[in-house]
Design a protein. Structure first.
Length: 459
């Protein structure tokens, strides 16, 4: 029989204290942080859902591997173990280790990009877009049309619009396409999964035109879960084999290992083409480190190698997806507008719908993250017009397509009682929704402004 209660498929061996705070204290902390949760100190946060990146709790096997780490500068045994695991998983012969995913993005997209180049994705995430646009290239998002209906039951809203993909490659010219990037799961698109059929369709179009196809695979195991459960052809295929098949469709992959490799630091670039790998290796050595460590210690490489195996464990993935759904389904039942179905690593709240009285230029998503923190010390992140909004030539805001707030759940960190607490915080936020006010930006950098921008509440 199947029980209703979700239990964590692990035992707790070590604990980290949470510093409790009062609402009055949190109001002061938030003011000192200029109403930007990124600028809060971790000890000022009760439940931290800012990101699932690098926030995982590592297993006893990973900690054992850390003690085994070979810290040799070149040709370390830890590198050999990491290289073997990535090659076995991806099928790509050329592996470039990096200190995290955005470093791999910088290496590949700066080499393939530049002025006049175009990169096409289901939805570029913030660092991906920044690395592309920083070098003068253009990043275009073409999510599936089904993604617009946030209440439908369609299980693969992370898909790419393949009809538009074909049209864009033709209209921009093959020679101007830096790469086609399929992000699995689609983080900026609400954490929604990508179907294997969509990956096959994207691969076929890329082969037809002769353009590179890259998978951003930082949540590949979570994506494999959805394929296994919602694509009939794969219901008897193990999760790891599903991931291996998806990799077989592409020319390379970028991974932030801080997600589905269950570690606190690391990433890699994996490639099929020898000439491209050689060029990227030169950039790796200049920017990251020697080709057999690339900014990682031996102990980090050991932890990644073990995590890439553990993450495909069926009991872990079942717990991971269902515990995320538990949070999403419960706040949805209370009337909180969320992107549905619930994704794998996070719950996405539509703050624009929750706060229809707050215009986009007053950042309803940022208003919600501030409310969640003030009420209960829950730190979340805005994924709307703060993160993705731009200005036109006259300084007018071009808003993001939707004003989202992401509640990212760290892996193997919080128990069900922690999640129940977050649900209670939403109860209080809903009571005061009509009286919540927006914010204005008082200071911002040119790129990735959401990390360091300063805000001020509007009266």
């Amino acid at each position: 029989m199947e029980f209703k209660t979700i239990i964590e498929p692990f035992k707790i061996k070590s604990v980290e204290p949470i510093t409790m705070s009062t609402e009055a204290q949190r109001v002061e902390y938030l003011s000192n942080a200029y109403y930007n949760p990124f600028l809060l100190r971790s000890r000022e946060v009760i439940i931290d859902m800012l990101t699932d990146s690098g926030t995982s709790a590592m297993s006893s096997e990973q900690w054992s591997g850390i003690m085994r780490g070979d810290e040799s500068y070149a040709g370390a045994a830890s590198w050999e173990r990491l290289q073997y695991e990535i090659q076995d998983l991806t099928g790509y012969p050329y592996i470039l280790p990096t200190h995290q995913g955005r470093a791999a993005e910088h290496i590949l997209y700066s080499y393939l990009g530049g002025k006049g180049k175009v990169f096409i994705s289901n939805t570029h995430f913030d660092t991906t877009r920044a690395n592309i646009e920083f070098n003068g290239a253009q990043a275009i998002d073409i999510p599936t049309p089904e993604a617009k209906n946030r209440e439908s039951e369609y299980p693969f809203k992370g898909n790419m619009d393949v009809t538009r993909l074909d049209e864009l490659i033709t209209s921009h010219g093959v020679q101007n396409i830096g790469a086609v990037i399929l992000t699995v799961t689609n983080n900026s698109g609400g954490g929604q999964p990508v179907s294997m059929q969509n990956a096959k369709d994207v691969a076929a179009i890329c082969r037809k035109h002769g353009v590179r196809f890259i998978i951003d695979c930082c949540r590949i195991a979570e994506n494999a879960y959805f394929i296994h459960h919602f694509e009939e052809e794969y219901k008897h295929v193990p999760y790891r084999q599903i991931a291996q098949q998806m990799f077989s469709l592409a020319d390379g992959a970028i991974m932030s290992a801080k997600k589905d490799a269950l570690v606190n630091m690391g990433g890699f670039l994996a490639l099929r083409d020898a000439q491209l790998a050689e060029a990227c290796t030169s950039l790796l050595i200049i920017n990251e480190g020697f080709s057999t460590y690339g900014g990682l210690s031996g102990r980090d490489m050991e932890a990644i190698a073990i995590g890439l195996r553990e993450v495909f464990d069926a009991d872990y993935l079942n717990y991971r997806i269902k515990s995320t759904q538990y949070l999403g389904e419960h706040i949805r039942a209370k009337g909180v507008p969320v992107i549905y179905p619930i994704g794998g690593h996070a719950v996405y709240v539509d703050a624009g719908q929750l706060y229809p009285h707050i215009p986009v230029e007053q950042y309803p998503g940022q208003a919600l993250v501030c409310e969640l923190y003030k009420i209960g010390g829950v730190r979340a992140v805005e994924i709307g017009s703060v993160m993705f909004g731009k200005y036109d030539d006259k300084g007018k805001l071009i808003p993001a397509p939707v004003e989202l707030v992401r509640l990212a759940i760290p892996r193997r960190v919080y128990t069900q009682s922690h999640i129940d607490y977050v649900i209670e915080v939403f109860d209080e936020a809903m009571k005061n929704a009509a009286n919540t006010r927006g914010l204005k930006i008082t200071k911002e950098p040119k790129f990735l402004r959401h990390f360091t921008a300063h805000f001020e509440p509007l009266k």
